[in-house]
Design a protein around this ligand. Sequence first.
Ligand code: IVH
Length: 669
Amino acid sequence: MNPSERIDELRQALERHAYRYYVLDLPEISDSEYDSLFRELQDLEEKHPDLKTDDSPTLKVGAPPVSGFETYRHRLPMLSLDNAFSEDELREFDARIQKLTGLSDIEYSVEPKFDGASISLTYQEGKLVRGTTRGDGTAGEVVTDNARTIQGIPLRMRHAHPGEIEVRGEVVMLKADFELVNAARLARGEQVFANPRNAASGGLRQLDSRLTAQRKLSFFCYGTGFAEQPLGADTQTAVMDGLRDLGFPTHRRPVGVKGFAALWAAVSEIRDQRSDLKFGIDGAVVKVNSLALQAEIGFTVRGPRWAIAVKFPAEQAFTRLNGIIWQVGRTGNVTPVADLEPVSVGGVTVSRATLHNSDDLARKDVRVGDIVIVQRAGDVIPEVVGPQLEKRPEGAEIITEPMHCPACETALIRREGVVYLKCPNRACPAQIQSKLEHFVGRRMMDIDGLGSKLIQRWLESGHLTDLASIYRLKDRRAELVEMDRLGEQSVDNVLAAIEESKTRPLPRFVFALGIPEVGEKGAQELATALRTLDAIRRADYDTLTAIDNVGPRTASEITEWFEEPENARLVDDLLAGGVSPVEAAAPRSDAFAGKTFVFTGKLEQFAREAAEALVADMGGKSSGSVSKKTDFVVAGPGAGSKLAKATELGVTVLTETEFLAMLPDGIAL
Ligand code: IVH
C-alpha cells in the first residue's frame, strides 16, 4: 500500500473510532490501540509533508501559537436563555407557550445545560473551517486551531453536508480531567481552577493551541446556527439525531415529552443524575420541540421565547476558613476537617468540609483566614477545593499537623506510604465514639434516638464501652433514667429502637461493623455471595477475591479483621446480646442466572424494588444503566433515555406484562 493510501486508511479508522468513542459511547479498541494508529499517522505525515491536510486527525495535538485572535461577526447572533428557578416558574413558561400558540399539548425536548463555554463551529462541505467563541453574542473570537484540538469535535463530518453549516454546542472539561488538571497544577504550585467551567473557557482561549490540547477539553452539541441547507429535521430532537449521525457528540438522544408532569419528570431526572454525569451541568434546557412552532413563537432581544433554562443550585461557594478540626475516625485515622463560616452550597448550609488528609491539606496550602472554595455535589461530603490566593489576608496562619491525638494525647503515627495520621490507641475515646456513631447510623443498624450527644454521655458514664455494650443497656435502664435528665419515656424509646435493630438485614450489620474497606456496596456483595454471617466470618482470601468487586486489599482487610481476637469476641458478644442479622433465603430459582435487567419509566404493575429483589432471588442482576451487557430493559410509561439507549444498542425491551410472563411457574410479584 502506498503512503497516501495508508494515510487515508488511518484517517478513516481514527475518525470511525473517535465517533464510536465520543458519540456512541461504544469504543471498539483500547486507548493504546488508538494511540498507536494516531502515531503511525503522525509519522507518515512527518515523512510526507505534502500529504498533510487541514482536516487530518493529527491536528488534534495543536498548532503553533498565534499573537491574538481575530474577531468574527456571527451570521446569526448567539443568544442567551431565560432562567426558571422552580417548578412554578417552569409551569409559567409552559402556560406562556400554550397561550402564544393556542395549543394545549406542546412537545418539549429536555437537555442538560452544559456548564462550560459556548462555541460555534462552521463546516464547509463537511469540513471544519472555523471555530468561534460566543463573545458578546454578536461577534466572537476565531479559535479554529483550538477547536480542532478538542475531543469529540469532528474535523470532518461522517457524511459531507452540502454548503456552509454552523454547529453550536458547549466546550466542557470532564470532571475526571478536571481532577487531573488540578492535581497537576497543585504539584507545580499553581492556583487550582475553581471549577471545570473556568478551566474550559480559559482553555478555549489559549493563544497556543497545544496548551488547549493538553487541557483535554470535550464538546457536546445542542443545535445548529446558520445553515445554507438545513438538516431537513422538523424537531429539535431530530436535529440532535441528525447531528449525531454526522458525528457530533450529544449527551444522549433526547426524546420529546408531552404534558407538564412528564416535562417536570424529565427535568428532575437530569437533576438527579447530576452528580453521576461525567461533566458539570448547571441546569436543564427545555425547548419547544417543533421547529415550525419555534419559528412561530420567535425571539426576544435576549434569547428565544421558545426555550428556558431550569437552573439548579450552585454546587460551589466561597467562604472563610475559621480553623481546622483534627477528627479521629473509627479506625483511628486522624483527618483535617475545615471549620467554615457557614455558607449555602447546593441548597444546604455547610459549616464543615473535609480536607481528606494532611497531604491534601499541604498540597492545597489552605491557611486559617483564607477565603476557600467549598464544593458539595449530590450526597457527597462537602470538600474544600482550594484557597483564593489573591484574597489571602496578611499573616494567614499555616496549618501544622498535630503530634498527639486530640482526644487521648497518644503520640500519632504515620505508616510508610499511607497518607493518614493514625492514633494507635484502640481505647481512644474518640475512636470508640466514631465506631458507635457509625454502627447506629441510618444506613447501618438505624438506632433512632441514639445520637452522638447521648453516645458521648453514656461513654463518659461507662454505660457504653464498645459496640456490644449497646445491647446491654436495657439491663441498666433504672440507672439511665436516674442519671439522665432524659426522662423515662425517652430512655424507653431508645431502648425500644435498640431492640428493633437486632434484626437488621445481614448487609447492614456487616457494614455497621466498620471493617476497613467494606462500605455499603461491599457489604451487600459479601452478603449476596456468601449469604450467612458465619460464611463471611470463615471466608478465606481466595473465596473473598472471587466475589464481584472485592479486590485483594479489601479481601485481606476482611480476613485480618475477623482474625483479630478482639473483633471475633465483639461479633460473639453482639450475637450473645441478641443481635440476629436477617440472612437472605436461598435463591428461589436460577431462571435469571447471568441475566442483567434494567427497569425504567413509571412502573404500574409492580414496585421497582420488588422486581429487582425478585430478579436477584432468581440469580439475576439489576442495574441502573443500560449498556452492551444489559440483557433486558423493562420499560413502563414515560421511559426516556434508557429506553432510547436500549433501542440504539439493540437490547431486548419488555413491557411489564411481558416481564411478568417470563417468571417461572409458581413465582409471582
Ligand atoms: S440552546 C439561543 N442548549 O447556555 C440559545 N444552550 O444561557 C440557545 N447551553 O450560550 C442555546 N447547554 O452556551 C442550549 N443544551 C443546551 C445548552 C445550552 C448549555 C449554554 C449555551 C448558551 C447558554 C445560554
